[in-house]
Design a protein. Structure first.
Length: 554
């Protein structure tokens, strides 16, 4: 419908002024019409006429030549043209489907990315929710989406944790792992990481031991050692981490097609960097291998350290090529915290030197930190981390009075995360997130349940085709036609908050309608039941895009 109207306006401009113009349409406030355009202002200088005069000519011509499409056209302000569609055209617009810019495209979306041997923190929760929302949007836009997860199962953080574990077990005694209670394993590993980190920083004897242990862990990976006592401890604890991750993802209904552990990407990254070192892309520096970023306005980073081990940078190089080998993607979307913005610029710039197509197909999206209201930034290294489960527990505590279950709690958190534009820090307020009033997930879930209850009460009553709408009905239909546009904008920007904003506005529009218009036992019941069903379907679809369930009762 939007394109049809734009084409009609462009055709009228061509007829009146013999000018080709790209017409942009916006949504004015409801009382002014369905669409507005500033084309009169665009043409004013070129035609040497006042913009209001141009818009008036367009209004008259549109109503004369396109009366089947445009019910009314009026000029406002300095020359804006406000347009109201015929009811039949407005109703037909409800069938408009979102654009499909990712049709026949393979898209890899990488997000969450927790490290085994460490705890899931609130940032992992946030990026999991955001990543899932973006993946859903790309899928809705026609993309073949592969959801993947990357995490460090090798590296210094693992060595720190393993060192502390060995101290606790009294050496390489894997049988003693049986003494760790199943439901305490993740916390036990997190505590070991804190202990190991403190020892690395403060204990002169521990630091070289941890560095040596780091090499041994790389070695057992390279040798595929699963049998030595150290290997048994390592693989058992790594499995505990993945079990813990999967349990949490199940809880929030987020699932991944594939995990990429760093142990899998490190060898390819190391090999690639070494090959490109010989070709001059990377440089040797004090026994390490670096990429010099200053010529590109970036900074220099180490890709292979002086011990000959690949750093995070080299592992990310390997990851890019692994994803390419597995999926031959058109686009790779990586979603992380904004603390690695400059890091990723260097990694991608280095890849661009020898695989420009791979780098150019990669989009890096970043977000801020998650804090509870009044809290300070926390650190898993120090052990004062805001855990992912802490967010759920704080929300559950705030939700006690409502009596709603975990489905509503998870929906409340997801919506609170997604309704804000991705980029800045998130100040999460549990009490606001579970409120049944205002812009919240439970408010929209309740709005959906309320609409479904109306339909349930109607039973087998028939619905009717929407024609000759009354004013309040028309206003609601007009708002509902904006759904596909909201999705299109969210897909273009890769920003789910556009969907949140729209759904909240839609629920408000329905409340205004329902406040003044009876649905059941009204002469227009069949028409209004059709409106209610369309509204409920849009809410359910939109909440689904956000990864939030739409309950039929609350």
């Amino acid at each position: 419908m939007r394109d049809k109207l734009a084409q009609a306006i462009a055709a009228v401009v061509k007829q009146l002024f013999d000018i080709e113009v790209a017409v942009e349409l916006t949504r004015p406030e409801a009382q002014f019409g369905d669409y507005a355009t500033n084309v009169g202002l665009q043409l004013a200088k070129q035609l040497g006429q006042p913009p209001r005069d141009i818009s008036q000519q367009l209004a008259e011509k549109l109503q004369a030549d396109h009366a089947e499409l445009v019910a009314s056209a009026s000029v406002a302000g300095p020359g804006f043209l406000n347009l109201t569609l015929q009811d039949a055209e407005l109703v037909a617009a409800l069938e408009t489907k979102p654009a499909q810019p990712y049709a026949n495209k393979t898209v890899v979306v990488e997000y969450s990315d927790p490290n085994p041997f460490k705890i899931l923190h609130a940032g992992h929760f946030y990026t999991s929710v955001v990543g899932d929302g973006i993946a859903n949007l790309v899928e809705r836009a026609g993309g073949q989406v592969h959801r993947v997860n990357f995490g460090g199962d090798v590296g210094l953080h693992v060595a720190k944790t393993m060192w502390a574990i060995l101290q606790t077990l009294g050496g390489e005694q894997p049988e003693k792992l049986n003494e760790v209670e199943a439901d305490k394993r993740s916390e036990w590993l997190a505590a070991a990481y804190v202990t190991g980190t403190a020892a690395y920083e403060d204990d002169e004897a521990a630091k070289p031991a941890i560095i040596e242990l780091n090499k041994r862990i790389y070695q057992l990976q390279n040798e595929n050692d699963h049998d030595s006592p150290l290997a048994q401890i390592y693989w058992t604890c790594r499995a505990w981490s993945y079990d813990y991750f999967n349990a949490f993802y199940d809880r929030i209904n987020t699932h991944f097609e594939k995990y990429y552990p760093e142990s899998e990407t490190a060898p390819l990254g190391l090999k690639t960097v070494q090959e490109q070192l010989a070709k001059g892309v990377y440089k040797e520096s004090d026994g390490a291998v670096v990429f010099v970023g200053e010529p590109y306005g970036l900074h220099t980073r180490v890709f292979i350290n002086s011990e000959g081990l690949p750093t995070y940078e080299a592992k990310d190089v390997g990851l890019s090529f692994k994803k390419w080998e597995d999926y031959h993607f058109d686009t790779s979307i990586i979603i992380t915290g904004n603390d690695i913005t400059e890091y990723m610029k260097v990694v991608l710039k280095s890849i661009e030197q020898f695989a420009p197509d791979l780098a150019n197909r990669t989009i890096h999206l970043t977000h801020g930190n998650v804090k509870l209201q009044g809290a300070v930034k926390m650190s898993s290294r120090k052990g004062n981390i805001l855990r992912a489960v802490d967010v759920i527990e704080a929300t559950a505590a705030a939700n006690k009075q409502t009596g709603n279950g975990e489905e509503t709690i998870i929906g409340a958190i997801k919506y609170a995360f997604l309704k804000q534009r991705i980029g800045a820090d998130i100040i999460y307020v549990p009490e606001e997130s579970v409120s049944l009033e205002g812009n919240s997930g439970p408010y929209l879930q309740y709005a959906h349940a309320r609409a479904r209850s109306i339909l349930t009460k109607a039973g087998s009553a028939e619905t009717a085709q929407l024609t000759e709408l009354q004013a309040d009905e028309r206003s609601l239909v007009s708002k509902m036609t904006e759904y596909s546009e909201a999705i299109d904008k969210a897909v273009t920007d890769l920003m789910p908050h556009h969907v949140c904003t729209y759904l909240y506005e839609l629920a408000q529009a329905f409340n205004r309608f329902y406040e003044h218009n009876r649905v059941l036992d009204d002469p227009r019941q069949s028409v209004r039941l059709s409106l209610v069903k369309t509204y409920a379907d849009i809410l359910e679809s939109g909440l689904g895009l956000l990864g939030i369930t739409a309950p039929h009762s609350m």
